[in-house]
Design a protein around this ligand. Sequence first.
Ligand code: DGL
Length: 259
Amino acid sequence: MSLGPILVFDSGAGGLSVVAALRHRLPEAALAYACDNAMLPYGVREDSWLVRRILAVCEAAVAASGCVTLVVACNTASTLALDALRSRLSVPVVGTVPAIKPAAALSRSGHIGLLATSATVARPYTLRLIETFAAHCRVTRVAADALVREAERWLAGETPDAEVVRQALAPLWEDPALDTVVLGCTHFPLLRDVLAAAAPREIAWVDSSEAIARRTAQVAAGVASHRGPGESFATARDPRLADGLAHFGFAPPQLLRVP
Ligand code: DGL
């Protein structure tokens, strides 16, 4: 059996929020990282274009990395293109979907928030998750695309803009009973402390990274051992991205050529 890394894919830096959980659960595993930073953000793009783009980028990144498993650490991509990716790629694909189920189980008041991209909050996949796992809850869906940029800025060592954060979160605070928020975009856990500081009360913030790591450990076979910085791939050159990736243990990105 050929050995290779687990490849983590996102539009940008968001997948790095899943890397810590993967390292914790699979400390010996080699990880690689790929992002489509040339086309960031995904959350405001048109669906059919996005499916084609995600297939092309993932196909190129899987080939370039020689990975044995692909983790799509992006809710926007997963809620749209998981089936297409699974039928196109020869490696197992682990997806990321908003953590509606654990959040609904955790909430005491029965009012939860979903903070995600415009695309994710409106997807049929997301609506089905809500119907299936949170039918007994009130779910306030909030599109917060502006926070994607703030998370990218945070990775580049800048301070997120407090006013942008305040405005993005404001719709969540209309009902004082809301007690649990699903971070339905992988960029948002990177800002968890900033979000918690901006909240008017104690909130349970729930993301999917533990569940993704658990699932990856079940499906990944033939994973190479971790030795030094993992390879990384990006679709546009950006020195600030290289610094951010270095903090998470990845080598500077190689430019990924996407047909
Ligand atoms: N990190 C991505 C997600 O989980 C999307 C960010 C974007 O490109 O809009 O949805």
